[in-house]
Design a protein around this ligand. Structure first.
Ligand code: 5GP
Ligand code: MG
Length: 219
């Protein structure tokens, strides 16, 4: 399927990194792992699945349907990128969860963790919310080595540092700009059912490698 946004934006999806089927299989696995974790922890209580908009909306929709738990759903809006593909380092909170998180078990759902800046800011806010527990599930983790280095330094997988690795990660992602399955470039491409690298905008006579490559059939 060729995205119809391609003409409107010279930069379009190039190589597919995770197909629709790969995403579906991994989300099912995450659902089973998360359900097992919370069933032991919660008994009859529900978990608040807190999605970070907008990027997590597709992943969250699939993930909650793979959970065998009592679940409530809330959203938070955090913006760190503006229109650029390079992180600004500034995280703005544009919308807070409607329901109180006090005393609740919260599962924060993120599309992609890159430098960890957004996650660090959200951890601070959630600590202030009085949540009883906060766990993170990120579909993609980019700076894998930085997170592993931090964990080695702290001698543990879960530290209080800014680079605390999410408890659940769908995929260790390549350090490229990715779009699709909720991830955007200037609000485009969120609807794609697969995840692809972004082809940089090119002039007609300077074509990026892979720019002729169309996503495989059925994606
Ligand atoms: P961090 O604060 O960890 O550096 O960046 C996290 C946020 O940056 C993500 O929630 C996402 O909105 C954005 N981001 C990071 N890498 C990518 C990427 O490859 N593609 C897209 N579309 N957004 C990204
Ligand atoms: Mg995001």
């Amino acid at each position: 399927m060729e995205p119809d946004t391609r003409e409107a934006n010279p930069g379009g999806p190039a190589g597919v990194v995770y197909t629709r089927d790969e995403l579906a299989r991994r989300v099912e696995e995450l659902g089973r792992e998360i359900s097992a974790f919370y069933r032991r922890k919660l008994g009859d209580e529900s978990v608040v699945v807190l999605g970070v908009l907008k990027g997590s909306f597709v992943f969250l929709a699939d993930l909650v349907r793979a959970l065998d738990l009592r679940v409530q759903i809330e959203f938070i809006v955090a913006s760190s990128y503006g229109d650029s593909t390079v992180t600004s380092g500034v995280v703005e909170l544009l919308y807070e969860p409607a329901a109180s998180l006090e005393g609740r078990h919260v599962l924060l759902v993120e599309d992609i963790v890159d430098t960890g800046t957004t996650l660090e800011r959200l951890h601070v806010l959630l600590a202030e919310s009085g949540a009883r527990s906060v766990e993170v599930c990120a579909l993609l983790l980019k700076e894998v080595e930085a997170f592993e280095e931090e964990a080695r330094r702290e001698g543990s997988e879960a530290t209080d540092g800014p680079l605390r690795r999410p408890r659940w990660v769908g995929f260790d992602a390549p350090d490229e700009f990715l779009v699709g399955y909720g991830l955007d470039y200037s609000e485009n491409f969120r609807h794609l059912p697969y995840i692809a690298t972004l082809k940089e905008p090119v002039s007609p006579d300077v074509r990026a490698p892979g720019s002729e490559q169309a996503p495989p059939e059925g994606q």
